[in-house]
Design a protein around this ligand. Structure first.
Ligand code: COA
Length: 417
């Protein structure tokens, strides 16, 4: 049992007894067994806990709020009141396996709860994490409570200029100790220094995460639906039917990593058409103006972190014009892969091209990546066309989330940074 003595060098006027009693009660509750009060000009009520009086020190009259502060300070500085040890650490690729596993366990656990029945397998998660850690654009932190990793955060550039996407996870039964706030503080400091203006994340509607984001001043943009295609139950017959359906005037072209020189300009133009996807969260003109150089730059960045973009395009037959494509990021150890953009250029829409190229991509992944377990894609609920295409190619709706955004400057102010 901890032991310490407290000297309350104050003038014990009757009206400050509630403060005294409050602090003394805290000391007793937190395990203090003995303490000493020194009072002058008055006496502590009989109900005060365990005190032994000795009188006679001349002390100045102090205002109530100063007395309260002194007492709280004493309680903290003498260790009577202990704040659980909250810590935040940058997660570096070289950190030991245990810490990495603890970090990914938090992500998996929170993900499993939020996504219902699904969580990535631990081995996949750790392996994938190592892969992703080599991505210089993503920064990660582990959040500790008394030395145990109970929180995780990551931030990376979003698709739009001066915008970053973040995720913060804290184990549900460990919330309320300030770990989430500490992680958010790191994210905001880091991104403010990097010149980011908007922070985006997704939250499940009506959850503590959503309430916290709104409380901080975030605004809701689009409602998103997360779709998955499970390879264990893949209906190959349906996909093969889609792929073999005749699409007069178009041909399928597949590549991994580097877009063919002949197609790269047209591919860059096609990428710009993602701007036609319904969205409520982007300011006008915030979409990336893709060109050959940007395409090549993003290919190099992916290669540097050991992943590549697989693209299956519908090209106008006999030309170097890309009319449609889906793209999927694939890593060496990929088990769960994520769909990036699916785009059909304006004049080629409603000819079944999106269904065709997505079906072809699904079969390609199934055939060439024997370990692949799941392909996931995110679409705005308002994107009727894309959702119809997803349903036709065997995707099912896993969950819905709200995309929320907040300005870094306002958030930093709110966090007193
Ligand atoms: C969404 C998109 C990819 C669909 O491409 P597409 O080649 O026209 O789609 P398909 O021809 O394969 O459509 C298959 C079915 O989906 C439905 N569908 C497609 N587009 C639709 C739309 N705009 N409105 C309603 N239903 C639509 C139809 O049922 C269609 O079948 P039908 O033409 O026989 O009626 C295309 O409109 C696009 O590129 N949009 C802008 C970018 C975008 O939103 N990308 C997705 C981001 S997540």
């Amino acid at each position: 049992m901890p032991w310490a003595g407290v000297t309350l060098a104050i003038h014990a006027e009757r009206r400050i007894f509630p403060y005294l009693q409050g602090v003394l009660a805290v000391l007793v509750d937190t395990g203090w067994t003995r303490f000493k009060t020194v009072v002058t000009g008055g006496s502590l009520p009989k109900s005060s806990h365990g005190g032994r009086r000795s009188g006679g020190l001349p002390t100045p009259r102090l205002p109530l709020h100063v007395v309260a502060r002194i007492m709280v300070w004493m309680a903290f500085s003498l260790g009577a009141v202990r704040i659980p040890g909250v810590g935040v650490d940058l997660l570096r690729p070289e950190v030991d396996e245990l810490r990495l596993a603890a970090w990914s366990d938090v992500v998996r656990a929170v993900g499993a709860i939020e996504r219902g029945e699904y969580a990535p397998a631990p081995a996949q998660s750790c392996e994938r994490l190592r892969e992703q850690l080599s991505d210089p654009r993503t920064t990660r932190w582990a959040g500790y409570l008394d030395g145990t990793v109970i929180g995780a955060a990551e931030v990376r550039p979003a698709g739009e200029p001066k915008t970053a996407f973040t995720r913060i996870y804290v184990l549900p039964d460990m919330r309320g100790h300030g770990v989430g706030r500490s992680l958010l503080t790191e994210v905001v400091r880091d991104q403010r220094a990097a010149g980011t203006e908007i922070l985006a994340t997704t939250v499940l509607a009506d959850t503590p995460g959503a309430r916290y984001a709104l409380h901080l001043g975030a605004t809701v943009g689009d409602e998103l639906v997360i779709n998955v295609l499970d390879f264990a139950t893949l209906d190959r017959a349906v996909l093969e039917r889609s792929v073999t359906t005749d699409h007069d005037g178009y041909q399928l072209v597949h590549w991994s990593g580097r877009a063919p020189d002949l197609l790269v300009d047209s591919y860059a133009l096609a990428k710009r058409a993602i701007a036609d996807a319904p969205n409520n969260h982007l300011p006008p003109g915030a979409v990336v103006v893709w060109d050959r150089d940007l395409v090549r730059q993003s290919e190099r960045e992916r290669a540097d972190r050991g992943v590549e973009l697989w693209v299956t395009a519908a090209a106008v037959a006999g030309t170097s014009t890309v009319a449609a494509f889906p793209a999927v990021e694939v890593g060496r150890s990929s088990v769960d892969v994520g769909q990036e953009d699916t785009v059909v250029v304006g004049e080629h829409r409603r000819h079944g091209l999106a269904t065709w190229v997505k079906a072809a991509m699904a079969l390609r992944l199934a055939d060439e990546l024997p370990n692949v377990r799941r392909l996931s894609s995110t679409t705005a609920v308002a994107n009727t066309g894309m959702r119809a295409v997803n349903a036709r190619t065997g995707f099912r709706e896993l969950t819905r989330r709200l995309l929320v955004t907040i300005e870094i400057a306002g958030l930093a102010e709110r966090l007193h940074l």
